[in-house]
Design a protein around this ligand. Sequence first.
Ligand SMILES: [Zn+2]
Length: 167
Amino acid sequence: MNMPVLLLNANYEPLNVCTTRRALRFLISGKAKMLVNGRGVVHTVRLSYPRPSVIRLGYMIKRPRPRVKLTKHEIFRRDDHICQYCGTHSKGLTIDHIMPRYRGGEYTWSNLVTSCPDCNRRKGGRTLREARMALRKQPREPRASASYLYGSHLPKNEEWQPFLVGW
Ligand SMILES: [Zn+2]
C-alpha cells in the first residue's frame, strides 16, 4: 500500500507522488481516475481494486511553480557529482561557497558549487580571481521539471516515463 503512485493534475501535469493508499482514496471518492494500472489488484475486506500506478484528478489544482529545494544533496545532483573546478568525480565531495561566507557570500544556488576536497582546500577563503580558479559552468537554480523531480522513481516505474516528458 505504500508503493508510489504518480498523481497528475486534470491537465496531465505531474503534481505529486503519493502512496497507493492515498491514491485509492482519490479513486474511491471519485476525485481521480486511474490512467495506468499494471500492478495487479488490491483486496480489501469486501472489494478488490486494480492497483494504480498513475492517476489523474478530475479537476484542476492551482499551485505555484514547483522549485527544487536547496540542499547539499541537490547541489551535488545539479553538478552531476563532479567537482566544478577540476571536473573529477571524487569521494568526499564538498560544497564550496564561490564568494566566501565570511565575505558576504550567501547560501544560494548561484553561490554554491560541488568541489572536491583538493580544490576546496586550494581555493580556501579566496575569491575565484584571487585563487586564479575558474568554474566549468555558471551555477543556477535547476529547473524543477517533472523528470528532475520524479525521475528517481523511473527505474522501478517505467510506465511513468511518458507522463513526465515535457513538464
Ligand atoms: Zn576539484
